[in-house]
Design a binder for this molecule. Structure first.
Ligand code: URA
Length: 205
C-alpha cells in the first residue's frame, strides 16, 4: 500500500482514488481480462462512505457503461440500498475485478490475485465502518478463506487487510443480487434482508 491515508478529507480521498483509476486501472494489463474488456469499472460513490459494497466483477452493462452495478443486479442492489435508508451517493460500490470476465464467469484466482490489490487500496483510502461483500469471491478475497458464501453469510466477520496497526473493519457477507435474482425465494430474500438489517444496526453505533 503506497498511500498514507490517515485522516484524509473527502476531497483528498477522491483525489487518491481518481489517481489510481486514471493512472493504473484504466490501462491495466496485469491479467488477460484486459483483452476482452470494453473499459474498466473502477467503482463509484462517496469516497468517505461509512458503508461499502463489494461485488464480484463487471457484467455486460457495467463493461459498456464503465460503472458498477448498473444492470439487473444493480437494479436489485439499488432497491436494497434504498430499503436500508440510503442512496447510491452516500455509499461506495466496488468490485473484486475491474474488467468483465467473458460470459460473466467467476473470476479465476489468478485474475483476483492480479486485481485484488486495487480493491485493498480503495478500502484503505475510503476506510468504511462496514463492508458488505456480495457473493463468494468478494468474501473469499477479503476474509482470506475458502469457506463458501452460504456458511459465511449472516454473521459478522472482520477485514484485517489494512495491516496490524490499523483497526479491522466489520464485514458482513451476503448473497450476490444476481444469485437472488436467479433464486428469488422468500427464504433467500429474508436472509439477505436480515443481513442488511444487521448492517443498519451496526452503522448506528
Ligand atoms: N455484478 C457484480 O458483481 N458487479 C457488478 O458491477 C455488476 C454485476
Amino acid at each position: 500500500m503506497t498511500e498514507s491515508v490517515a485522516h484524509l478529507s473527502r476531497e483528498e480521498k477522491q483525489r487518491l482514488l481518481q489517481k489510481i483509476d486514471e493512472q493504473e486501472v484504466r490501462n491495466c494489463t496485469q491479467c488477460t481480462l484486459c483483452q476482452s474488456r470494453t473499459q474498466t469499472v473502477f467503482g463509484e460513490g462517496n469516497p468517505d462512505a461509512d458503508l461499502m459494497f463489494v461485488g464480484e466483477g463487471p457484467g455486460r452493462d457495467e463493461d459498456l457503461q464503465g460503472r458498477p452495478f448498473v444492470g439487473p443486479s444493480g437494479a436489485l442492489l439499488d432497491k436494497m440500498i434504498v430499503a436500508m435508508g440510503f442512496d447510491r451517493q452516500q455509499i461506495y460500490i466496488a468490485n473484486v475485478v475491474k474488467c468483465r470476465p467473458p460470459q460473466n464467469r467467476t473470476p479465476a484466482s489468478s485474475e483476483v490475485k492480479a486485481c485484488g490489490d486495487y480493491l485493498l487500496r480503495q478500502i484503505a483510502i475510503i476506510k468504511p465502518k462496514v463492508i458488505v461483500t456480495l457473493g463468494g469471491p468478494a468474501a473469499k478475497l477479503l476474509l482470506e478463506t475458502q469457506t463458501g458464501i452460504t456458511a459465511l453469510r449472516g454473521t459478522w466477520h472482520q477485514f484485517h487487510g489494512l495491516g496490524s496497526k490499523r483497526p479491522p473493519i466489520d464485514l458482513m457477507p451476503t448473497f450476490h443480487p444476481a444469485y437472488l435474482l436467479r433464486s428469488y425465494t422468500q427464504d433467500n430474500r429474508r436472509k439477505v434482508w436480515a443481513d442488511l438489517q444487521a448492517v443498519i444496526e451496526r452503522l448506528k453505533k
